[in-house]
Design a protein around this ligand. Structure first.
Ligand code: PLP
Length: 354
C-alpha cells in the first residue's frame, strides 16, 4: 500500500524548525503530523501522514459508544553514537496490538503497514526527538471502531492512528502504593490482558481512592481470591526477596508488559535470580516486615522502572527504602534503549535514520 503525504506546507516547515524547550515534560507537546489508516470493505486502505488535527467522528461513532478501542505505548530514543533514532522493541508492540485486536474482534494490522507508518512518523520527527538519557519520542498507536450507527452489531470500519510526543525522562519520585481490596481490575477470561481503553477507564475511581490515602498508584489483586498480586493500573509489579527478583506469572489477567519482559531478560543476562510466580499480598507484607523484601518496583514504557517507597494496606503502611536492583536494571535498560547496550540485545532495537 502506498503512503500518501497530506500535510500542509506550514507543517513541513514546523517539522524542520521546531526547537525543543528545556522543559519538555511528559507529552506536553505533540508532533504536528500523525499517521492514519482506515480499514474498510475487509482491507486496510488510505494510509496517510497528515496534519495532527481533530478527527472527524460522528456522534454515533461505534468505538465511542461501545468501547472497541485499543492502543499501544512505545518509544524511540536518540542514539548519540550513530545520530539516529532507535525504536525499542517495536515488533513486540505491534504483535501485542494485534493480540489486543484479536480479543476485541478487531482486524489485525499487517506488519508492513504498521512499520511504514511508524518509521515514517519517527523519521520525520527528528526535531522533536529529545537527546537526553531517558528522554524519548513517545509513540501512541490507537485503533478504534470508526463506523457509525447505534446498532450493537458487527463493526466493519476501523481507524488506526499513530501520534507522537516528545517526553522527558520520568521524574523518579518513589511511589506510595495503595492496595485495592474492594474493586478488581481483571478476571479470568476477561480483557485484562488486552491493552484496551476500558481497562484504564475502570481504574479512575480506585485511583481517586489511592490519592485520598496519599498514594500515587493502585496495586490490584486477583479477582478470584483477592489475595494474589497482579499489577498496577498501568505498570507491572516486581519485588526483590532475598536477592531474587519475583514477578507474577502472566495468567491472562495481567497485561504482558514489554518492559516486564525486558527486565526479566536483562536480569537473566546479569545473572540476577529471577522467578515468575504467584505472590500473595500477605507474603509481600510479611517479607517487608521481616526485612527479607528489600525492594519493590513498578515498570512500564512511560516511567521505565520506578521504585516503590511504601505500601498502604488500608490499616497498615509498609515502608521500603532501598533500590539497588531497581537502579541497576533501569540503567541497563536505558543503555540498551539508546542503542549502546550489549550485542545480546541487538534484536530489541531498530535504528531509523533521519
Ligand atoms: C501498558 C501497560 C503496562 C506496561 O506495559 P509496557 O509494555 O511495559 O509499557 C502494564 N500494565 C498495564 C495495565 C498496561 O496497560
Amino acid at each position: 500500500m502506498s503512503l500518501r503525504f497530506t500535510f500542509k506546507p506550514e507543517t513541513e516547515q514546523q517539522l524542520t524548525t521546531f526547537e525543543l524547550p528545556d522543559e519538555i515534560g511528559f507529552c506536553k507537546y505533540t508532533v504536528p503530523i500523525m499517521a492514519v489508516a482506515h480499514y474498510r470493505d475487509g482491507i486496510w486502505q488510505d494510509a496517510q501522514i497528515t496534519d495532527f488535527a481533530p478527527l472527524q467522528i460522528s456522534p454515533d461513532c461505534l468505538g465511542l459508544h461501545y468501547g472497541q478501542v485499543i492502543f499501544e505505548g512505545m518509544k524511540a530514543f536518540y542514539d548519540s553514537a550513530d545520530h539516529c533514532a532507535v525504536c525499542f522493541r517495536w515488533q513486540q508492540h505491534w504483535a501485542r496490538l494485534n493480540e489486543s485486536a484479536k480479543r476485541l474482534a478487531m482486524p489485525e494490522v499487517p506488519q508492513p503497514l504498521f512499520q511504514q507508518l511508524l518509521f515514517t512518523l519517527v523519521a520525520k520527527s527528528q526535531s522533536y526527538l529529545p537527546t537526553g538519557v531517558g528522554d524519548a519520542l513517545y509513540l501512541r498507536p490507537l485503533m478504534f471502531a470508526s463506523g457509525n450507527g447505534l446498532g450493537f452489531g458487527k463493526n466493519d470500519s476501523f481507524t488506526l492512528i499513530i501520534i507522537a510526543a516528545p517526553t522527558a525522562q520520568y521524574f523518579n519520585a518513589p511511589l506510595n502504593v495503595y492496595v485495592e481490596r474492594e474493586y478488581r481490575r481483571a478476571c479470568e477470561g476477561g480483557v485484562g490482558g488486552a491493552k484496551m481503553a476500558g481497562n484504564y477507564g475502570a481504574t479512575y475511581l480506585a485511583s481517586q481512592k489511592a490519592q485520598q490515602h496519599g498514594c500515587q498508584q493502585t496495586l490490584w489483586l486477583d479477582a478470584k481470591e483477592g489475595r494474589y498480586i497482579e499489577e498496577f493500573s498501568a505498570m507491572n509489579f516486581f519485588a526483590v526477596f532475598d536477592n531474587e527478583i519475583v514477578t507474577p506469572r502472566l495468567t491472562g489477567t495481567i497485561l504482558p508488559g514489554v518492559t516486564r519482559d525486558s527486565v526479566i531478560e536483562i536480569a537473566k543476562k546479569l545473572d540476577i535470580q529471577i522467578c515468575e510466580r504467584a505472590v500473595s499480598i500477605e507474603e509481600l507484607t510479611e517479607q517487608i516486615q521481616s526485612g527479607n523484601c528489600q525492594e519493590v518496583f513498578a515498570c512500564g514504557t512511560g516511567a521505565t522502572l520506578i521504585p516503590v517507597a511504601s505500601l498502604n494496606d488500608g490499616s497498615s503502611v509498609y515502608e521500603l527504602g532501598e533500590w539497588k536492583f531497581t537502579q541497576k536494571l533501569k540503567d541497563a535498560l536505558q543503555t540498551i534503549q539508546h542503542g549502546q547496550g550489549d550485542k545480546h540485545f541487538d534484536s530489541w532495537i531498530t535504528r531509523i535514520q533521519f
